[in-house]
Design a protein around this ligand. Structure first.
Ligand SMILES: Cc1ncc(C[n+]2csc(CCOP(=O)(O)OP(=O)(O)O)c2C)c(N)n1
Ligand SMILES: [Mg+2]
Length: 391
């Protein structure tokens, strides 16, 4: 297994960023700041649909913002790592380090009308959907300034696990199909993106959601973040078919190099267009990789080799990849990128202090945000049999 793993790693690395780069700046002054970049020819693999164009057109500012967002995200996760090790964040903590390109590339192709639903590896998505760094860190710290303390409602995304809800992997997928149904019912020209992992992909309810979405041609995009492992289990040990983009059967699919933020952007723009134009659901498989363990309590090195992790970091890193492109195409200078890195460090450090300074919420807060006001049941139970709260 190891040798085949090495071969497939080499293949992924070869097609990632070692790609001849052509850059064209548009002549017209109105779009002078828009550049066109060519994706590597192996960025996509299709199942019953055409591939998106390999030519990505984006304003220079957007490309720089993509870099900045990924850098902030990684810093934020590094800060979470530190806060966890200092025993200030307790319980479970799932970091998305290595997977930044998925959240960032998705967001740049969507609007606030589009919805995203995911599970516990959600800090990056929450940031991209408008959550402040302070509110995300404060949530992890269990402080009053945490994002579930009120700001979540305006975020255009749902993270059932983050808000202390559903603990069943994949359970967000049928909820996402429901949100897509609402969009169709209300005649919104928008789509819902439901994210789940390679491990969660084997849940029966994921297939039930596929079925309903296709029957009703919902604007639902199913996005499998294939980071190769579900906790400590390699994808080929849990999935009889690891071509996740083909597992929708009657739903067309697209495999995407999820370590390239531009390929993600292009695929998500394509998926939105596909679903909103009435073609029904689409399945995206983002090939990605998590650098850390499943959660903070998992060192992440017992079921995969250190060499594998190092290989991905050195050859496929999404931040390094975009950095190379920005430099090669003269969109930014090395000094400008350094300034962005420094500013991200300062911003996250400040957010850490703000989050730590936020007090713990009152005990009464335990019983809020469970039911919509006025629809509460007579009582809910707590963790202990004798602990319950009457509304
Ligand atoms: C029904 C169910 N089975 C098992 C678990 C335990 N569990 C939590 S996360 C996880 C792995 C999920 O892996 P994947 O979907 O690949 O997502 P990733 O953590 O890689 O992002 C498992 C098995 C669970 N929460 N729910
Ligand atoms: Mg996984």
């Amino acid at each position: 297994m190891l040798s085949s793993q090495k071969i497939s790693l080499a293949k992924v690395a070869a097609r990632a960023f070692i790609t001849p780069l052509t850059v064209r700046t548009f002549a017209s002054s109105a779009v002078a700041r828009t550049v066109s970049l060519d994706l590597h020819k192996n960025s996509f693999e299709t199942y019953n649909c055409d591939a998106p164009s390999l030519e990505v057109k984006l304003p220079k500012e957007e490309l720089v913002r993509m870099y900045q967002s990924m850098v902030v995200m990684r810093r934020m996760e590094m800060a979470s790592d530190g806060l966890y090790k200092a025993k200030l964040i307790r319980g479970f903590c799932h970091l998305c380090t290595g997977q930044e390109a998925v959240a960032v590339g998705m967001e740049t192709a969507l609007t606030a009308e589009d919805k995203i639903i995911t599970a516990y590896r959600c800090h990056g998505f929450t940031y991209m959907r408008g959550g402040s760094i302070t509110s995300i860190l404060a949530e992890l710290l269990g402080r009053k300034a945490g994002i579930s303390g009120g700001k979540g409602g305006s975020m255009h995304m749902f993270t059932p696990n983050f808000y202390g809800g559903n603990g069943i992997v994949g359970a967000q997928v049928p909820l996402g199909a429901g949100v897509a149904f609402a969009q169709k019912y209300l005649d919104k020209k928008a789509a819902t993106f439901s994210l789940y992992g390679d491990g969660a992909s084997n849940q029966g309810q994921v297939f039930e959601a596929y079925n309903m979405a296709k029957l009703w041609d919902l604007p639902a995009v199913f996005v499998c973040e294939n980071n190769r492992y579900g906790m400590g289990t390699a994808a080929n040990r849990s999935s009889a078919n690891t071509s996740y983009f083909k597992r929708g059967d009657y739903i067309p699919g697209l495999k995407v190099n999820g370590m390239d933020v531009l390929a993600v952007h292009q695929a998500v723009a394509y998926a939105k267009e596909w679903t909103v134009s009435g073609k029904g659901p689409l399945l995206l498989e983002m090939e990605t990789y998590r650098y850390g363990g499943h959660s903070m309590s998992d060192p992440g090195t017992t079921y995969r080799t250190r060499e594998e992790i190092q290989h991905m970091r050195s050859n496929n890193d999404p931040i390094t990849g975009l950095k190379q492109r920005l430099l090669e195409s003269n969109i930014v200078t090395e000094d400008e990128l350094k300034a962005i890195d420094k500013a991200a460090r300062v911003e996250v450090d400040k957010a850490v202090e703000e989050a730590k300074a936020s007090p713990e919420p009152e005990i009464s807060e335990f019983w809020t945000q469970i039911y919509k006001k006025g629809t509460e049941v007579p009582y809910v139970r707590g963790r202990e049999p004798e602990e319950f709260h009457r509304y």
